[in-house]
Design a protein around this ligand. Structure first.
Ligand code: ATP
Ligand code: MG
Length: 261
């Protein structure tokens, strides 16, 4: 079992999108997959068209596990075959408790370890902001993916992320993959950003591989707006169907390069 995280201190760069792709890809192959949302926005639910599940019940949030008000079965929300999500309500509050009370940190560790017997992969979807909960979950991760937007602010976000790891004494060698996102062959800016990123990665994240960039594709937004995952076999109009096919092929090539076992 592996714990896999997507992280970046910059918002809106594609962390949730990428984790949704990879998690569903493994679930389709018959692996048991859990995504823990460490982001109060719970955008991973929207990606799978499950926004209605975010506010469905009052006591099935990640936080309730630690106060003993819920059990694993209560908080797991199935969204696809083999694919489950856990939502969060108030990570600030939980982080505050974690800072005050170290035994809570142990509780998180032992609960996540307990999950490892049920799942092949546990993914954690982080917000761009960070708190004590982020630190604990990053520390528990086996593989960290840094998703970087291919523009000048995105590359700054990568640098801030490295700085954050250093400041908080987090293990930089856990950063195993860098995912450049938003490439476009006919624009100069993404190419330049990719070059800068590749050089920075060589200096700061020696254990990480910079993956081939994910292209800026309107099909990604279109599907997300409808709550359809790229691996859902729903009927689409011809143009979207063709674009989905191309995206699936691109992702298959990309995922071949990833080893998180
Ligand atoms: N390669 C891409 N091509 C086109 N649109 C994309 C691509 N990747 C992500 N997007 C879009 O960008 C937006 C932000 O993506 P996403 O929510 O995955 O980012 P995030 O890093 O998780 O954001 P946050 O920091 O808020 O958690 C979404 O509307 C998504 O559809
Ligand atoms: Mg997100």
């Amino acid at each position: 079992m592996s714990i896999i995280s997507t992280f970046c201190k910059k918002g809106g760069v594609g962390k949730s999108t990428f984790i949704g792709f990879l998690a569903h890809f493994y679930a389709k192959q018959g692996k048991k997959v859990l995504i823990i949302s460490a982001d109060d926005q719970n955008s991973i639910f929207k990606i799978f068209g499950a926004s209605d599940k975010i506010y469905e019940e009052q006591d099935n949030f990640f936080e309730y596990l630690f106060t003993g008000q819920a059990e694993l079965g209560d908080v797991l929300i199935p969204v696809r075959d083999n694919l489950y999500l856990i939502k969060t309500l108030n990570t600030e509050q939980l982080s505050y408790q974690l800072t005050l009370n170290r035994s809570q940190e142990k509780a998180i560790r032992s609960i996540i370890n307990e999950y490892s017997t049920y799942f092949d992969y546990i993914f954690v979807d982080f917000p761009p902001s960070s708190n004590r909960l982020s630190e604990v979950l990053l520390d528990l991760s086996d593989y960290i993916f840094i998703v970087v937007g291919l523009d000048i602010l995105g590359v700054d976000g990568f640098f801030n992320t490295i700085q954050y790891f250093i400041d908080r004494d987090l293990d930089l060698s856990k950063i195993r993959y860098i995912v450049p996102n938003g490439f476009s062959a006919n624009r100069r800016a993404p190419k330049i950003s990719l070059e800068i990123l590749t050089n920075q990665a060589k200096d700061f994240t020696k254990n990480a591989e910079v993956l081939p960039p994910l292209h800026d594709k309107s099909i990604i937004k279109n599907l997300q707006e409808k709550g359809i995952s790229v691996y859902d076999d729903v009927e689409l109009e011809r143009y979207d169907r063709d674009q989905r096919e191309i995206l699936r092929k691109d992702l298959a090539e990309l995922f071949k390069l990833i080893n998180v076992d």
